[in-house]
Design a protein around this ligand. Structure first.
Ligand SMILES: Cc1ncc(COP(=O)(O)O)c(C=O)c1O
Ligand SMILES: [Zn+2]
Length: 410
């Protein structure tokens, strides 16, 4: 490894270091996950002075992102999403300060864009011509868009019939080669990992440590938007478990750089039918028990063998956080509640975080004065079918104002 690089890859298991110019996704010595680490000289709080001059976005934090030539960034204007204070929801739950970080505002409607702007830039930097991923929907929508932006070929594998319609049409319109696999997400991921080992195709699932670097900017933005305060709890829906790991890494970096005086507790929420991480935390186990046939209405987190489980378990345990499971009914009810109470329409996977907060509040696991941030990971319009199934068709009337008045009075 060339020690003059400003950043490098480190194995989270055995600590082996790798050069950023290597196309590698796992440690070649022990097979564990890799993480991007920066030269300590870069981790100085003076860098934040430069951040202030830039708009709120992923690239505001360029000094802590693993890209050499910033003139070649593949961007669609990702990040800079709203952090909405939710007073009505807070009052309903007896909590003083609840915020929603609305990641649905990203270019393709989910937090994945933060990772893809970095990951696809990296693919280009490494001279790759083709990119690929397995996806429950949002990853494929995002990768397809960024690949199109970069002029690259994109291959996506999705579980047959289990991807929300809005996400599928995104991948198609951006020109990706979409392949449905007769299996679940975990099967599709294994296949695409194998494909990328055999052919020169760059893998952009969250096993790719560069993608997670982009996603850690959720933490940086929350810190910025709260004027330097750190939440007591950050609540994140968990599927393949990359995002909760990335957000924790972001907060840790702010702390190491002395930009933040505290760290949040990370709360991971999974759907009852796909909850290997939450079950491991709740039962205090040391080994994970994967779920063979994951099932939930929240298709984005319908994952039984999360590849980043070790990083996520570390994030939750190191931070003194907790994990929670929520039923499909609780997810859909939280989705309706947030939309009606706060005007924020999120997809079911994101609503899992809100359902998790409601459960923690009921069980007295959050303090009244806690500063709480829920990460709403994706936009509600991605999955309209699930809404239509729950509502009756709107009433239809003739062109007659008296009928209208009569109907409105009932
Ligand atoms: C909307 C949404 N929320 C949450 C997740 C879970 O993120 P992760 O796989 O990083 O745990 C996903 C992943 O596809 C998603 O699309
Ligand atoms: Zn290793």
């Amino acid at each position: 490894m060339n020690r003059s690089e400003p950043y490098y890859l480190v194995c989270i298991g055995c600590g082996s270091k790798y050069s950023p110019s290597e196309v590698i996704y796992k440690c070649s010595k022990c097979g564990d996950l890799l993480s991007v680490e920066y030269d300590r000289k870069l981790m100085r709080n003076e860098v934040a002075l430069r951040w202030r001059a830039r708009a709120l976005s992923v690239w505001r934090y360029a000094e802590l992102l693993p890209i050499g030539d910033r003139s070649k960034i593949v961007s669609l204007g990702e990040g800079g999403t709203s952090l909405n204070r939710c007073n009505r929801l807070g009052r309903y739950l007896g909590l003083r300060e609840v915020y929603i970080k609305n990641e649905g505002e990203n270019p393709t409607g989910s937090f994945k864009d933060r990772g893809m702007t970095v990951g696809v830039t990296k693919a280009l930097e490494m001279g790759m011509k083709r990119v690929a991923c397995a996806s429950t929907g949002n990853t494929s929508a995002s990768l397809a868009a960024y690949a199109a932006r970069a002029g690259m070929e994109c291959i996506v594998l999705i579980p047959s019939g289990k991807v929300a319609l809005g996400k599928l049409v995104q991948a198609l319109i951006y020109g990706a080669r979409v392949i449905q696999v007769r299996g679940n997400f975990d099967d599709a991921l294994k296949m695409v990992e194998e494909l990328c080992m055999i052919q020169p195709i760059y893998l952009l699932n969250s096993i790719n440590p560069y993608r997670l670097e982009g996603q850690k900017t959720i933490a940086f933005e929350i810190w910025d938007q709260l004027g330097g305060r750190i939440p007591n709890k950050v609540i994140v829906p968990v599927g393949n478990a990359g995002n909760i790991s990335a957000i924790w890494k972001g907060f840790r970096e702010l702390y190491i750089m002395d930009l933040a005086k505290d760290l949040p507790r990370m709360v991971g929420v999974q759907a009852e039918g796909a909850a290997p991480i939450a079950n491991m935390i709740k039962r205090g186990l040391n080994e994970i028990k994967f779920v063979e046939k994951p099932e939930t209405v929240a298709t984005a987190i319908r994952i039984g063998s999360p590849v980043n489980w070790k990083k996520a378990i570390r994030a939750i345990r190191e931070s003194g956080g907790v994990a929670e499971t929520v039923s499909d009914e609780e997810i859909l009810s939280a989705q309706r509640l947030l939309a009606k109470m706060e005007g924020i329409f999120v997809e079911p996977a994101s609503a899992a975080a809100i359902a998790g907060l409601i459960k923690l509040a009921k069980n007295g696991l959050v303090e009244q004065d806690d500063l709480i941030v829920c990460v709403a990971t994706g936009h509600g319009l991605k999955d309209p079918d699930i809404i239509l199934k729950q509502f009756e068709r709107p009433v239809e009337i003739e062109v007659d104002v008296n009928t209208l008045i009569k109907i409105l009075s009932t």
